[in-house]
Write a protein that binds this ligand. Structure first.
Ligand SMILES: Nc1nc2c(c(=O)[nH]1)N[C@H]1C(S)=C(S)[C@@H](COP(=O)(O)O)O[C@H]1N2
Ligand SMILES: [Mo]
Length: 246
């Protein structure tokens, strides 16, 4: 999709959001309508395409802590660690024309973006790190979005209390130039504690949106059928807001 096409798509999504409010008498709950309005209002009041601040190398934190899952022990993950992630795959699927199954070599051969950014966790800590990887937009262009696609769901390998971690963003954040699938932190392959071998960086959003241990990127029309329906692990189980923009 060309940039212009994307802006048009975002505009269409906003109009669709307004239509939802108009339809509220026809079965939509008032809360649904309010949420649509809220998402639409963010698009009008803030420039969602603005870049997050980037920092000089000298600002990099000496230690980038790990948070949440830092050493997954479930499923095949420990085997992948032992193998050096040579058999890791990132699946791009759902509402796409050409599903992709990419290994780390495929991802490293794509054009790369490197950015020094600050990570802010709602628990009250921040860290600055240098992240490298292909832009998510490049993967989405390769896969080709179907018209119904409205959200990106990040699927993760780590299991927390019975549910694998998952997160989601809309297409504005998905196509944001600083949204990358990072495989390096501070010039080294991602450490396990920070999401090896792949994690999302969504720089305009709070820490919990930056899904680690990425196995899949799924295009969906609605978040209703994902987890408990609020769009992410912490949204479903911790009461966090879906929109975590800064
Ligand atoms: N798969 C997965 N992704 C995750 C988490 C997690 O537990 N599992 N924790 C989130 C939270 S709350 C934060 S603050 C960041 C922490 O990233 P870090 O471990 O690199 O500091 O990852 C986010 N992404
Ligand atoms: Mo966090």
């Amino acid at each position: 999709m060309k940039r212009r096409g994307f802006l048009a798509a975002a505009g269409a999504a906003f109009v669709a959001g307004c239509n939802k409010i108009a339809d509220s008498s026809a079965g939509k709950t008032v809360l649904d309508a309010a949420e649509s309005w809220h998402k639409g209002a963010h698009r009008l009041l803030t420039n969602r395409e603005a870049l997050a601040p980037e920092y000089p190398l000298s600002a990099i934190s000496p230690f980038f802590r790990g948070n949440g899952s830092t050493d997954p022990r479930n499923g095949d993950y420990p085997r992948h660690v032992e193998e050096g992630f040579v058999n890791w795959r990132l699946e791009v699927g759902g509402l796409v024309e050409n599903p992709l199954s990419l290994d780390l070599e495929n991802l490293r051969k794509l054009p790369q973006r490197t950015q020094v950014t600050r990570h802010d966790c709602v628990e009250g800590w921040s860290a600055i790190g240098e992240w490298t990887g292909p832009q998510l937009s490049v993967l989405l262009e390769a896969a080709g979005l179907r018209e119904e696609a409205k959200f990106i769901v990040f699927r993760c390998a780590d299991n927390l209390n019975g549910d694998d971690y998952y997160e989601s963003v809309d297409l504005i954040d998905a196509y944001h130039p600083q949204t990358i699938i990072a495989h390096r932190l501070n010039g080294e392959p991602l450490p396990v504690k920070n999401g090896a071998p792949l994690r999302a960086r969504v720089e305009r959003q709070l820490g919990y949106k930056h899904a680690k241990y990425l196995t899949g990127i799924e295009l969906v029309a609605s978040l209703d059928a994902i987890g408990l329906g609020k769009g992410g692990y912490w949204e479903d189980y911790g009461g966090y807001q879906w929109y975590a923009g800064m």
